[in-house]
Design a protein around this ligand. Sequence first.
Ligand SMILES: Cc1cc2nc3c(=O)[nH]c(=O)nc-3n(C[C@H](O)[C@H](O)[C@H](O)COP(=O)(O)OP(=O)(O)OC[C@H]3O[C@@H](n4cnc5c(N)ncnc54)[C@H](O)[C@@H]3O)c2cc1C
Length: 379
Amino acid sequence: MLGFSLTEEQQALVEMAKRFTKERVTPIAAECDRDARFPKDVFEAGHELGLINPTVPSEYGGAGLGELDNALIAEQLAYGCTGIQTSMLANTLALTPIKLAGSEAQKTKYLGMLTAEPVFASYCTTEPTGGSDVAGLRMRFEKHGDDFVLNGEKCWITNASFASFYVVFATSDPELRHRGIAAFIVDRETEGLRVGKHEDKLGQRASDTAAVHFENVKVPKANLLAPEGQGFKLAMETFNQTRPDIGAMATGLMQRCLDESVAYAKERVTFGQPIIEHQMVQAMLADMAISTEATRLLTLKGAWNLDNGVRDPIVSSYAKAFGADRAMQTALDAVQVFGGNGYVKDYPVEKLMRDAKVLQIYEGTSQIQRLVIARSLAR
Ligand SMILES: Cc1cc2nc3c(=O)[nH]c(=O)nc-3n(C[C@H](O)[C@H](O)[C@H](O)COP(=O)(O)OP(=O)(O)OC[C@H]3O[C@@H](n4cnc5c(N)ncnc54)[C@H](O)[C@@H]3O)c2cc1C
């Protein structure tokens, strides 16, 4: 049976996330953007309410919610600020590979750590030499007795400055490409691990993004998450799980663009009438509404597939690529609707435009999503 209604629990979750966003996120979004500051107190409050790490199973202290629930939360938080939202939900990217491949001991320790306290974790694939070609990563691991030693650098890592642990992908030999890649859980306090500078970004400035340097970092055997040859597959499976989240972020951002634009278009008068009466403005608003709803549906279908064991990662890629591209266009149109006022920081839409851009870049660029989709069509 096909249905589009949310359960009572999901409706309550949406209401809670919406209220939290309205009270805690939206009011400080512009200031956090200006100062490039992540509000840790908001993260702590979200953790208290169960909005952080919602997909951790109950046996590890989590709420055991599904990917669809996670997407519903993400959309609401993104409405307030995708920068704050990215950092609030980035733990999901780090905990997903542990959920997928972790040993019982790893799950108990690391998922338990995330649910017990409002702590951060980061997911590290990208390196200065490239992010799209994950199989081409160069960070090295060597086996030293029972332990492993990591050397190299990761960059663009969300929440790197705050993380208590990192899920790190490294290779025994870059020539082996995907066959050489393994994954490790690395504790923050490990000797030789150093967090680099905080990136000064165009958008999503409230989110922390930094490099992580590894110099002879010793990782015990117990922290091997995926053995050599299995790391690449784990990275791809992780992205398959988390891509609907970007669709959800795009939906929240577009809904905000639409609401702000409709409100402004009703107020702003030109040629003797509110600009909402001008057909070319109406067309932009209509396109925003279509894009928002279409992305929402693709996102929820991608998430529903994951929750129901439907092995179709392509819908997640549709949601990610379509949502990111439409969010960028929608934010550009929102600036257009506001005219000159759209171009200054006194109004919220220039931030939405800056924030939207990275949706086309992280977790697989729009081009990489199209590669994934085209390859699946060819198969
Ligand atoms: C704010 C932010 C947060 C991030 N957070 C994280 C994080 O937490 N963890 C993490 O590991 N990474 C993170 N990233 C990194 C992100 O995933 C990469 O930036 C992204 O994958 C692209 O890699 P790149 O920047 O090296 O671009 P490149 O891979 O160098 O690509 C450059 C351009 O070439 C295009 N391109 C590349 N290959 C192809 C191809 N085969 N066909 C067509 N076009 C192609 C790309 O689409 C892009 O337009 C983050 C990035 C940003 C900006």
